[in-house]
Design a protein around this ligand. Structure first.
Ligand code: NAD
Length: 266
């Protein structure tokens, strides 16, 4: 391990994201996964993530792992129930943390900002690490100024519980800054099957497809006089999140306090 490498402790390493991100980060010459934590514990982190066995076993106690391994940064892909506790532990140890776990509320953000200032330690939170998805949202926001008639179609695997996706909501929030509020479609339209016109967000329509086979896809379709503009992003595998995570790992040292959203560092 060279001194210039970023030493990473992966929390939630036994999960789908933890394993996929560890496998990807291990190929980066300036990064080193020095440990992994998960309530499941036990396994060799190399074999767990489809790499060569390296004798580093998954630990179960984040605080102890930080104390023993002294990482430069903790990466967290756990779940909404435990993520706040993990952030607190990392900050109490003055260890910067990059958070991919979703479900962080506005109230949580206020608490995290306070903690980050109190311990003078960086926190970077990205509910979506896919660079292409961030660009899709940016482009959609710009297009909404010229094409206010817009519908969002998002497609995810059938195990996703919430609808519409957080990305769809964020996209509509961003578009609403340029579009204002008005109802689309015919004033007297009606549904023969409940929900067939999709959800209504400030007059924009959103449709959530849930089928096995999808990872995450979103289409933003704008209709104008004599033209249709479609902006589409497909996440084909979990590797889609890797370049965004790598970017944040390389940048976290330069950040101050809490930074929320991949768009802030692109
Ligand atoms: N930011 C992004 O771009 C992005 C992309 C995909 C998924 N996610 C989010 O990442 C999180 C993980 O997703 P996943 O699909 O890997 O879920 P998963 O259920 O496969 O993995 C979560 C892992 O966390 C472990 N865990 C639970 N409590 C823990 C604790 N207290 N300490 C340590 N480990 C603990 C579990 O045992 C499990 O192995 C979710 O919140 C998901 O929404 C974010």
């Amino acid at each position: 391990m060279s001194n210039s490498q970023i030493k990473i402790l992966m929390n939630g390493i036994c999960g789908k994201m933890g394993k996929a991100m560890t496998a990807g980060l291990a190929k980066e010459p300036d990064m080193q996964i020095i440990g992994g934590v998960d309530i499941k514990g036990g396994a060799d982190i190399g074999t767990l993530c489809g790499l060569e066995a390296n004798g580093i076993l998954v630990e179960t106690d984040l605080a102890a792992a930080i104390e023993n391994k002294q990482p430069n940064v903790v990466v967290d892909f756990t779940n909404p129930q435990v993520v706040m506790k993990n952030i607190r532990i990392a900050l109490e140890h003055k260890t910067p943390i990059i958070v991919g776990s979703t479900g962080i509320t506005e109230d949580d953000l206020a608490t995290i900002e306070e903690l980050s200032n109190q311990y003078d330690t960086q926190v970077f939170i990205a509910p979506n690490f896919a660079l292409g998805a961030i660009l899709m949202m940016r482009f959609a926001q710009e297009a909404a100024a010229y094409f206010p008639h817009v519908e969002v179609i998002e497609r995810h695997h059938d195990q996703k519980l919430d609808a519409p996706s957080g990305t769809a909501i964020k996209t509509m929030e961003m578009m609403s800054e340029n579009r204002g509020v008005f109802a689309q479609g015919a004033a007297n339209e009606f549904e023969k099957i409940n929900g067939s016109r999709g959800g209504d967000f400030q007059g924009m329509r959103v449709h959530s497809v849930r089928l096995p086979g999808y990872v995450a896809t979103q289409e933003v379709v704008f209709g104008g006089l004599g033209q249709i503009l479609t902006i589409k992003h497909d996440a084909i595998s979990r590797e889609t999140y890797l370049p965004g995570l790598i970017l944040s790992l390389r940048k976290i040292k330069e950040l101050k306090g809490l930074v929320y959203g991949l768009d802030k560092i692109m």
